[in-house]
Design a protein around this ligand. Structure first.
Ligand SMILES: Cc1cc2nc3c(=O)[nH]c(=O)nc-3n(C[C@H](O)[C@H](O)[C@H](O)COP(=O)(O)OP(=O)(O)OC[C@H]3O[C@@H](n4cnc5c(N)ncnc54)[C@H](O)[C@@H]3O)c2cc1C
Length: 304
């Protein structure tokens, strides 16, 4: 990467917050992926804006990472700058029935804060192992809850470096989708509107959902959650099961034996292993059921 951009980034965020050729595997829940040309941790919203502007000016690609829990990074890594928001933009503030959370706050931390404040509505997300920023981007959801149902507004940095507030009605939510991606907005914070409730009831609901997850999902193994989107009128896991693919392996990648909707890293899987397994599952499910599975996991590579 161009040395002058590295210098500009160091001036903006401090030298210690710019890591050239940082391997991305430790920053993802799959524990897979080669290096980013530069991995940058802004300390404030203003620094996010300045980093984005510096990259845009230098025509260097940039992208944002939260917990990396929906990512498959290629073995060759990614070009350009990866902006990490988890370390420094993770403050959580309770304001009446609202919670204002930095994009880097984890769903678990927000759910805990809501419970402590006696605010209900975010229990569904307590076991989704990502950030609030990732939840806004993906319209993350589970157990009949969805981010869009509780989000009042989202604060973003535009590719031009402007800081804007997007109200819930303008976010174009749909299944695992919002408008922030296409607009190339960096989510820097979100405001949630919740409902007062007894903390004991909130805790009981969180415990119930955690127990359900632990019973059904291969939580202890590295993965990126559900590998495929839910196809219209079907469940991906059931189709994969019916195709007889439970436990199918390529290299270190395996169709989970606990939940066939998950591809797991069963030990030293490469990104190429996972990609080959995803393609094989798609091929065989199409053959057996006629349904085309579409990956939910996002793929990052030098070309994408
Ligand atoms: C065990 C397991 C269980 C899971 N269960 C669920 C579930 O029940 N429901 C569900 O919806 N998902 C689930 N997931 C998937 C994942 O946790 C969610 O999609 C989550 O919202 C991703 O958040 P993240 O911070 O990890 O985002 P990342 O994986 O870091 O990024 C995902 C995408 O969002 C973009 N992005 C992230 N943060 C920002 C930001 N601040 N601004 C702009 N772009 C950003 C990235 O560039 C990338 O394109 C699961 C994953 C695992 C590993």
């Amino acid at each position: 990467m161009d040395k002058s951009l590295l210098g500009s980034l160091a001036t903006i965020v401090g030298e210690e917050n710019v890591r050239p050729l940082e391997p991305l595997a430790p920053h993802t829940t799959f524990k897979i992926g080669g290096p980013a040309d530069a991995f940058v941790s802004p300390r404030s919203v203003e620094e996010v804006s300045q980093v984005v502007c510096a990259c845009e000016q230098a025509s260097v690609p940039w992208r944002v990472i939260g917990c990396g829990s929906d990512l498959l990074v290629s073995d060759g890594g990614v070009e350009g700058v990866v902006i990490e928001v988890r370390d420094n933009l993770s403050a959580i503030r309770v304001d009446g029935t609202r919670i204002v959370a930095g994009a880097g706050a984890t769903n678990a931390a927000v759910a805990e804060a809501a419970c402590a404040a006696g605010l209900s509505g975010y229990e569904f997300a307590c076991g989704i192992p990502g950030t609030v920023g990732g939840a806004a981007i993906m319209n993350a959801g589970a157990y009949d809850g969805e981010f869009s149902q509780v989000c009042a507004c989202v604060t973003c940095v535009t590719p031009e470096g402007r800081i804007v507030e997007v109200p819930r009605e303008e976010a174009e939510w749909s299944y695992r989708h919002s408008m922030f991606d296409a607009a190339r907005y960096v989510v820097v914070a979100a405001t949630l509107e919740l409902t007062p409730a007894d903390p004991a009831d909130i805790r009981a609901r969180m415990d119930e959902l955690t127990a359900k997850r632990e019973a059904k999902q291969p939580i202890g193994m590295p993965s990126a959650g559900s590998t495929f989107k839910r196809p219209e009128g079907h469940f991906a896991a059931a189709l994969i099961d019916q195709a007889g693919l439970k436990g199918l392996s390529i290299g270190g990648a395996q169709v989970s034996t606990k939940h066939t909707g998950f591809v797991v890293n069963a030990g030293d899987a490469t990104s190429a292993d996972v990609q080959a397994l995803i393609a094989e599952v798609q091929r065989r499910v199409l053959e057996s059921s006629g349904v085309a599975l579409e990956p939910e996991v996002r793929m990052w590579g030098r070309e994408a």
